[in-house]
Design a protein around this ligand. Sequence first.
Ligand SMILES: Nc1nc2c(ncn2[C@@H]2O[C@H](COP(=O)(O)OP(=O)(O)OP(=O)(O)O)[C@@H](O)[C@H]2O)c(=O)[nH]1
Length: 192
Amino acid sequence: MTMAGVVLAGGQSSRYGKPKMFELYNGKPFYQYSIDALKENNLAPIIISTNDMLAPYFDAIGVTLSIEKECHRGPLFALHHVMKSLPEPDWFFVLSSDLPFVTTDFVKQLIAYTKSNEYKAVVPVQNEKIHPLLALYHRDCLQPADHHLKQDRRSMTALLNSVKYKTISFSIEEPSFININSPSDFEEFKRV
Ligand SMILES: Nc1nc2c(ncn2[C@@H]2O[C@H](COP(=O)(O)OP(=O)(O)OP(=O)(O)O)[C@@H](O)[C@H]2O)c(=O)[nH]1
């Protein structure tokens, strides 16, 4: 079984006011935290899914850039684009690029559920909230994703509603879910 890591880093960061994936926490850009959590689980290849405007600013050593022709079409479009361009991997571990507290162990815990052939996605839940942007998708999701995008349905939830997926509950203390949307989010979480 082969598994790729996909870091979603092509958003608009409108709430942040500048491209948030390059914000530094302890001297390291946010997107690098996601790469490291995937790399430390030996996932390969590691893909940064982004667009033409942002691509030149990533330190791309040891990773592959996947550049969307049309930008800002959302995470489902990005995942579909990566799955189509990479015929090899069975599974794709998707992580946003705004998760400076994501852990290697969190990634490892989800990977453990891909051993069964029963599920086409493995998605974590915290406090009853589902987190499709820190989740695993099987290659078999490509066809339903294609179908939804053709109908202009762009949400990951639409995809999840059309495949059998496993949810994994995490405690309220799990820090991996802390995503940074605005400068005030960042200030608050640095304090905590
Ligand atoms: N490749 C790619 N990544 C995306 C796209 N839209 C969002 N993302 C990424 O998905 C993650 C979650 O995005 P959001 O924070 O919800 O949206 P955003 O556009 O980055 O920020 P806002 O404009 O403030 O909503 C981030 O890591 C984004 O970089 C897209 O169209 N393509």
